[in-house]
Design a protein around this ligand. Structure first.
Ligand SMILES: NC(=O)c1ccc[n+]([C@@H]2O[C@H](COP(=O)([O-])OP(=O)(O)OC[C@H]3O[C@@H](n4cnc5c(N)ncnc54)[C@H](OP(=O)(O)O)[C@@H]3O)[C@@H](O)[C@H]2O)c1
Length: 322
């Protein structure tokens, strides 16, 4: 593992124009300057999300970020505090921390050092690695905010989670189970055992049959797939049930389609939140929540990590070791 170093520059992966993975370039940049309420993190691990690849190609957050020069993708980090601003109160140099930095803004996480608002980070529990901590940020926050803030699951509610073996899905299964739900997860057959090991009560192989032919009377659907999964999921909801889709972007399709069928449709976009990170950290700390790391890449293989996340078949999370 790398130790604190005393130089003015750092390695970072910059995005030199929207497009293919060849536009992700290893660069030498000045270390970030830390603002009053910010901390400088020596990054040990970064996690990769589908939004990274979508933005790289010119979609997702590209319009928001196109004026940024240099543009550094990434939001999920785990590492050690190297410096603190004068107004920083809770964190100190040497603390091991993790969090999702400045989402949906310019997170600049693909770098050896990241400047972050103190409020976006929390202390890493000692029992999890930097890789597991980095994994437990954007995807875990999405599952938490979706199932705790946007849903109000009661014990015994029936919850269908699509893409239950993915980054968001594997956390969603665990969080819904903690709330006492009966959980059904979809993925292909190769990930059945993994989905059940996360705590799901039932698994549906979406390749073997249409899920709507075997799933009925759900109180909640948590949709991480989108497209026709939204229309098809409306059929499996009880009257008054709710679908929360994380792939609808900012369009109101899901709300309108759900209303037309007498159910509720919501869409959401995850937000950086220290309070929600603390709820996750507590659960990683006492074992209620586990992050599954699928593969670890070195920083110089960022393009390969993007290619893998774009496959849509990652199990759990992809991590970059810095
Ligand atoms: N709105 C927000 O705030 C927000 C936040 C996070 C993510 N997202 C979006 O949500 C989506 C999921 O993100 P993620 O990080 O969970 O992705 P991911 O890790 O790439 O998800 C991959 C998983 O999806 C499963 N899968 C693929 N096709 C499926 C299908 N037709 N039916 C059921 N499962 C299927 C795969 O299992 P198999 O290999 O077995 O097929 C795989 O394990 C992405 O589009 C992402 O951009 C939105």
């Amino acid at each position: 593992m790398k130790e604190l170093k005393d130089t003015e520059t750092m390695k970072a992966i910059t995005l030199n124009g929207f497009g293919g993975t060849e536009n992700l370039v290893l660069s030498e940049l000045p270390k970030p300057v830390v603002g009053e309420s910010d901390v400088l993190v020596l990054v040990k691990a970064i996690s990769i999300n589908p939004v990274d690849a979508k933005t790289r190609k010119g979609n997702a957050l590209a319009t928001r970020l196109e004026q940024e020069k240099p543009l550094i993708l990434g939001w999920d980090i785990a590492g050690m505090i190297a410096e603190t601003g004068s107004a920083v109160k809770k964190l100190k140099v040497g603390d091991e921390v993790f969090g999702m930095v400045n989402f949906p803004g310019h997170g600049k996480a693909y770098a050896e050092y990241v400047s972050a608002t103190e409020g976006h980070l929390v202390k890493k529990p000692a029992n999890i690695s930097f890789e597991e901590a980095a994994a437990g940020t954007l995807a875990a926050l999405t599952a938490w905010q979706g199932l705790v803030h946007h849903a109000s699951i009661k014990s015994g509610d029936r919850v269908l989670i699509h893409g239950a073996s993915g980054g968001v899905g594997h956390f969603a299964v665990q969080i819904a189970k903690e709330q006492g739900a009966y959980v059904i997860g979809t993925s292909s057959a190769k990930n059945k055992d993994f989905v059940l090991s996360m705590g799901a009560d039932e698994h549906v192989d979406y390749k073997a049959q249409p899920f709507e032919s075997v799933v009925k009377k759900m109180d909640w659907v948590f949709d991480t797939i989108g497209g026709d999964y939204i229309d098809r999921s409306l059929e499996v909801l009880k009257p008054g049930g709710t679908i929360i889709s994380i792939v609808s972007g900012m369009n109101d399709d899901v709300t309108e389609k759900a209303n037309a069928r007498g159910v509720i449709g919501k869409r959401m976009l995850v937000q950086s939140s220290g309070m929600d990170m603390q709820a996750l950290a507590d659960r990683f700390g006492d074992g209620r929540l586990k992050a599954h790391v699928d593969k670890v890449f070195p920083l110089v293989r960022m393009g390969d990590a993007h290619t893998q996340v774009e496959s849509g078949h990652t199990v759990g999370k992809l991590i970059i070791e810095v």
